[in-house]
Design a binder for this molecule. Structure first.
Ligand code: GLN
Length: 499
């Protein structure tokens, strides 16, 4: 048995049963990273010594007959915008390239407490701003399905590591689609939990009213396992919600009685790649065959339009790029070369000029664009026209979802309008890049959970993702609905051709 072929759950069971040691499993992944990550670039930093020490501790605990955590010995990867009290936490930015966090993010600590082995930190678009990892201040990550294509973003490193068998599971963060879009592009499962479900203590903030940490895994059972481990209230994150964490795995395989699937009319327009539309249609038929009722629902303020020139547009994307950039401009103010981050080596006496020079050197182009956009939207005289207006539209978007969930339990739609695109295809026009999240962004504005699962493979042999959306804290239903498709489609766990 090759430990790399197992899901996180299977590997935890194999280690607990003594079929493989945590040390051998960890070494197998370290070898895979050494052999293949040169071509993929999923990791910013790998921790062989610490990972092997964590694995040895699991093996010793097992030998001593001590109880093992649910992820004991399972090698995982962490997006490099989550703090870990060793190594670096760079957010793939030159601004933080030498930052060593003095503490560990709650979600990461919970994985460690469950026995997980941390292989390393994965690449992202700088400060999680982007949809392809091309905005990384380090170097881009490649899609294991086709290395000429992007893995999606911003959690592209985590997605590529899971798909490329360079870890058993990973954590990502999602502000507007950054878990689900790369999951779709790489053929894996990615869950963005309800806002407040998972603590963000130790997650470097991007858009604080939108950010959530979530699992990126090979199948829905692993997503359920990891969500159960990382979810729950945390006194160190006042936006996290204190309530009992359900056992997401308990009823995962029990079919949902009377499941009502909603299809938003506004999402199935000419703008959608016909092959993706056909794949989602087929998935809907799988649900129908399992006894689900299919209903049409309406999300007018998340409507996807195409203008005469074929250009996509959506209120949700416009709203998001005001709210997210406004929050980013404020969150990123702390990186000034004094309190945090890169300081210019120029001899400058004036403090404002020192800030300015340090930030000009430390931040990449897209991050600067976002800071300027957000600062403008919040500035006196423009606040009402942009920021307040965006908040009003945000409410309308949320109200549409509330109305839709009176008619259905789960909304089903594509995760992305196309499959993974090629490097450079969207880098000249930021708006084109922003539109890659047209199906994922409205959920973050509404605080809802969403999961992307593989729904098919295109004729070009690239994965196609399907997104399921539910009301707040409906993760148990969402995961069961995802599992229903997973077990009744012929797809199985997708493996990229080269692995
Ligand atoms: N692509 C979106 C952005 O650039 C979403 C990113 C994310 O979810 N972190 O803002």
């Amino acid at each position: 048995m090759n430990p790399i072929d197992l899901t996180a759950r299977e590997l935890a069971a194999a280690i607990a049963a003594g079929d493989v040691t945590a040390t051998d499993a960890t070494q197998a992944y370290l070898d895979a990273i050494a052999a293949h990550d040169g071509a993929i670039g999923a990791y910013n930093e790998v921790f062989p010594a610490q990972a092997l020490a964590q694995a040895a501790a699991v093996d010793a605990a097992r030998a001593a007959g001590e109880p093992l955590g649910p992820l004991a010995g399972v090698p995982v990867a962490i997006k490099d915008n989550m703090c870990l009290d060793y190594g670096h936490t760079t957010c793939s930015s030159q601004m933080l390239k030498s930052f060593q966090a003095p503490y560990t993010a709650t979600a990461v600590q919970k994985l460690l407490d469950a026995g997980a082995v941390i292989l390393g930190k994965t690449n992202l678009d700088e400060f999680a701003m982007g949809s392809s990892t091309e905005n990384s201040g380090m170097s881009p990550t490649r899609n294991p399905w086709d290395t000429d294509c992007v893995p999606g973003g911003s959690s592209g490193g985590s997605a590529a590591a899971v798909a490329g068998r360079l870890c058993a599971a990973a954590l990502g963060s999602d502000t507007g689609g950054s878990i689900r879009q790369p999951a779709a592009f790489c053929g894996i499962v990615g869950l963005k939990p309800t806002y407040g479900c998972v603590s963000r203590f130790g997650l470097v903030a991007y858009g604080s009213s939108l950010d959530q940490i979530g699992p990126m895994t090979r199948d829905t059972a692993d997503a359920a396992l990891l969500t159960g481990i990382i979810a729950g209230g945390d006194d160190r994150d006042s936006t996290s919600i204190h309530q009992d964490v359900p056992d997401y795995l308990a009823d995962l395989d029990t079919p949902l009685e009377g499941l009502r699937i909603g299809l938003p009319t506004e999402f199935f327009t000419d703008a959608l790649d016909p092959e993706i539309a056909a794949t989602i249609d087929q998935a809907v038929e799988t649900y129908r065959a399992q006894g689900a009722t299919i209903v049409e629902v309406s999300l007018p303020h998340s409507r996807i339009d195409t203008d005469a020139a074929g250009q996509l547009s959506s209120f949700a994307v416009a709203t998001y790029y005001v709210v997210a950039t406004a929050e980013a401009s404020s969150n990123l103010a702390r990186f000034d070369g004094i309190r945090y981050g890169h300081r210019t080596s120029e001899e400058i006496d004036d403090i404002v000029e020192l800030y300015s020079a340090s930030r000009a050197e430390g931040f990449g182009e897209e991050v600067k664009r976002r800071i300027m956009l957000g600062t403008f939207a919040l500035s006196s005289g423009y606040y009402d026209a942009y920021y307040n207006k965006a908040l009003k539209v945000r409410r309308l978007i949320k109200n549409d979802f509330d109305a839709a969930f009176a008619q259905c339990d789960v909304i089903c739609c594509p995760t992305t309008p196309t499959t993974a695109f090629r490097f450079g295809e969207k880098t000249d026009d930021p708006l084109q890049m922003y539109l890659a999240d047209i199906y994922t962004i409205s959920l973050n504005l509404a605080g809802l959970p969403g999961v992307s699962i593989p729904a098919g493979v295109s004729t070009g042999n690239m994965p196609i993702g399907m997104q399921l959306i539910g009301p707040v804290f409906s993760e148990p239903t969402l995961l069961r609905a995802a599992r229903l498709f997973e077990t009744h489609s012929d797809l199985g766990i997708l493996t990229p051709p080269a692995r």
